[in-house]
Write a protein that binds this ligand. Structure first.
Ligand code: ADP
Ligand code: MG
Length: 688
């Protein structure tokens, strides 16, 4: 992540050291330090960059006589009387204060905070913010936030309050760290803040941005939401700009590295294309051409190939690989799962001439030693496999091209790992492929260091998949429909609901291994239950199989093979099948609790059917009566363009959820602003 530190310079006004560890603050004790660290707060700067998630609106000081029941209000007045009563049987205490302003008086009540009576003595002026409740004695404020104020000008709004007036920041919290405590730490720093602005004056003016100083002040304590939004936009602009600059520098660095320049052999490619069992689409041709051009360069290709499921990315990548093989170099084709690797191996072997030698290397490959030897000796031209290819003992003779399927996020690090054993100092070319369609502007931001090829067009002969949202009452007829399809010889996928993590955000942040394991177990359990139900109760006479992430690779392969051969009619599975599996005879994709998945992911599932000659269906089982959710699902019934769905999905779920915050490497604020295409464009323009 990008650091702000270079930019926050200390002005004369302040002697605050923004790199000061927070434990040096007098209000941070041994108990709170680890908690603050948990929120990612280690220095003063981190504290300043801990932005509010929202604001409580206490911008109106309400005269006490105007307070209405159930309203959230800020009142300011004098403490006329304060007493604490102990309720002995329950070991509780109640502190009650009578507050008076020019218009009238009302009570404020706190439970189990007897110390308040010491702090708010009679005669103290106080600002209170909280909810007004009504009981038989009249209106009172229930456990309001309070802060002392110096003098009182009734009717004149007190500004510069920390907890009780204006728009009050509410921060991401964690156990033991409340927003109140954070405000208590942050506000004094803001009061002393003096930062110089790293953005050239001319840019600040051109886009009418607030200064950095102002933005930092206003994001914590805005007078109104407009101010808050302007502050956010300014800070997001900085992050996006830095992100783009970093990507551009990365690109420049890449361009100085050396790779094998693979000569374009027109005859070879023309022959290859002419001998395919189908003609390439225009988009496929363009993408292949871009890849072949990259391969000719003396510096490494860094390209992302984006295309909806079934758009035919494999053959495009293969075009590059055969060119590389012809030039006498090796290519790696890496898939995320064994099932997919196996499938690529089968298709690729069938598409290319026997002069090119293809091998498969996964953890369940028999005769691994033999395969590894073939790789080391240069006997193998195209090496297809899983992670098993990235092992110390897998040495290449001369690896020049790395293709990473469906794992674009890890492409760069995987190439780096492979490059170590590539057989030379040259950096292999990299092509990552993804079926997650991301709108171009966004792709350019998040993958600013990559060149992008997009396949939008689908092969012409593709049939439309009929998609339906099925309510719980229609479940029976859905089962009947499945039964009918199976008796006509077709096959069915049943996807089990996604298991929700207890706290997805912290899982993302910490990448907690333990909870990922738990998740896999939970998913396995869900699949086992669904399998039991379908195989014993609903379809006892049909061949039902199951697939989940806790199975051994060998078991998974066996199940997939059985499904492919038609020995399983109904396959109950987790999202394992999400990527790439090709079963032309499968005609129904049934998804349980479809509302738990994102649109883009559902679209991926749907792409698993409709690959053969038969009319296919996607059945979205929704167990909720919530109309907005079902409307969202309905978008799928009307649209089969992955790019369009991706955009909808992003609008609905927000960019953070859509891309995964961690994967993108973007700070939260910039992430949240990714839907703001204009802002992205500005940042891109200025970065370049
Ligand atoms: P994806 O982009 O999802 O990885 P694949 O590369 O697996 O798609 O291609 C899906 C199927 O479409 C494969 O069986 C492939 O052989 C076939 N295919 C690819 N391109 C074309 C085309 N232009 N016309 C017809 N079929 C094609
Ligand atoms: Mg694919």
């Amino acid at each position: 992540m990008l650091k702000y530190g270079h930019f926050i310079k200390l002005g004369i006004k302040s002697m605050l050291d923004l790199f000061l560890p927070i434990e040096k603050l007098k209000n941070v004790g041994a108990r709170n330090l680890p908690r603050l660290n948990k929120l990612g707060i280690k220095t003063l700067k981190d504290l300043l960059r801990h932005f509010p998630v929202r604001y409580e609106d206490y911008s109106r000081v309400v005269p006490i006589t105007d307070v209405q029941a159930r309203e959230k209000v800020n009142i300011q007045g004098e403490v006329m009387k304060i007493v604490t009563k102990r309720l002995f049987p329950k070991r509780m205490s109640v502190t009650q204060a009578l507050i008076q302003d020019e218009s009238g008086a009302m009570n404020a009540v706190w439970f189990n905070q007897p110390y308040i009576a010491n702090s708010l003595r009679e005669g103290t002026f106080v600002s209170l913010a909280g909810k007004a409740n009504l009981d038989k004695h009249g209106l009172y404020l229930s456990s309001p936030t309070y802060e002392k104020i110096d003098e009182l000008d009734f009717g004149i709004k007190k500004t510069n309050l920390t907890h009780t007036g204006g728009l009050i920041p509410v921060y991401p919290e964690t156990e033991g760290i409340t927003s109140k405590y954070l405000r208590f730490l942050i506000k004094p720093i803001l009061n002393d803040l003096a930062v110089s602005d790293p953005l050239p004056e001319q840019l600040v003016q051109k886009y009418e941005l607030p200064s950095l100083q102002e933005a930092l002040l206003k994001i914590h304590y805005p007078l109104n939401l407009d101010e808050a939004n302007m502050a956010k936009e300014r800070l997001a602009f900085d992050d996006l700009l830095m992100f783009q600059l970093k990507a551009l520098l990365e690109r420049r660095k890449m361009n100085q590295l050396k790779s094998v320049s693979v000569r374009f052999d027109q005859e070879l490619i023309q022959n290859f294309v002419a001998n395919l069992p189908f003609g390439l689409t225009k988009d496929q041709k363009i993408a292949a051409w871009e890849i072949l051009k990259d391969l000719q360069k003396k510096y490494p290709m860094n390209r992302l190939l984006e295309g909806d499921v079934g758009s035919g990315k494999t053959v495009v990548a293969l075009t590059g690989a055969i060119q590389v093989a012809k030039a006498g170099y090796q290519s790696v084709f890496m898939a995320p799962t064994e099932v997919l690797a196996q499938q690529h191996y089968t298709t690729i072997s069938s598409l290319i001439s026997s002069r090119i030698r293809v091998v498969l290397l996964t953890s369940s490959t028999e005769e691994k030693t033999k395969v590894k030897k073939a790789i080391a000796d240069g006997e193998a031209d195209i090496i297809i496999g899983t992670h098993a290819i990235i092992q110390k003992d897998v040495r290449f003779k001369n690896l020049a091209f790395v293709i990473i399927d469906e794992q674009h996020r890890f492409g760069v690090s995987q190439r780096a790992a492979l490059a170590k054993n590539s057989g030379s100092d040259l950096v292999p070319h990299l092509l990552s492929m993804t079926a997650t369609p991301i709108p171009r502007t966004l792709a350019l931001t998040i993958y600013g260091d990559l060149d992008i090829s997009i396949i939008k067009e689908k092969p012409k002969d593709r049939q439309k998949i009929i998609t339906k949202v099925i309510s719980p009452t229609k479940r029976k007829s859905a089962y009947q429909f499945i039964r009918d399809e199976v008796s006509s010889g077709r096959q069915i996928f049943v996807i089990c609901p996604r298991i929700e993590m207890s706290d997805p955000k912290s899982e993302v942040r910490t990448g907690n291994r333990q909870s990922k394991m738990n998740l896999l177990w939970a998913e396995a359990k869900a699949v086992q239950e669904e399998y039991k139900k379908l195989s014993e109760d609903i379809f006892p006479d049909l061949k039902v199989g199951m697939l989940h992430g806790k199975m051994k690779p060998k078991e998974k392969n066996e199940i997939m093979a059985k499904f492919k051969d038609g020995n399983i009619s109904i396959l109950v599975s987790t999202s394992v099948v999400e990527v790439g599996v090709d079963i032309p005879n499968a005609t129904i994709m049934m998804i349980e609790n479809a509302e738990r998945f994102g649109l883009a992911q559902l679209h991926q599932f749907r792409g698993r059917v409709g690959r053969g000659e038969y009319q296919s269906h996607c059945l979205l089982l929704s167990s909720t009566a919530d109309t907005t959710i079902n409307k969202r699902l309905k978008a799928l019934t009307e649209c089969d363009d992955g790019f369009e769905l991706a955009e909808k999905d992003m609008l609905i779920r927000g960019p953070g959820e859509f891309f995964g915050v961690k994967q993108s490497g973007l700070p939260d604020l910039a992430m949240a602003s990714l839907a703001n295409v204009e802002l992205i464009k500005k940042a891109r323009l200025e970065a370049s």
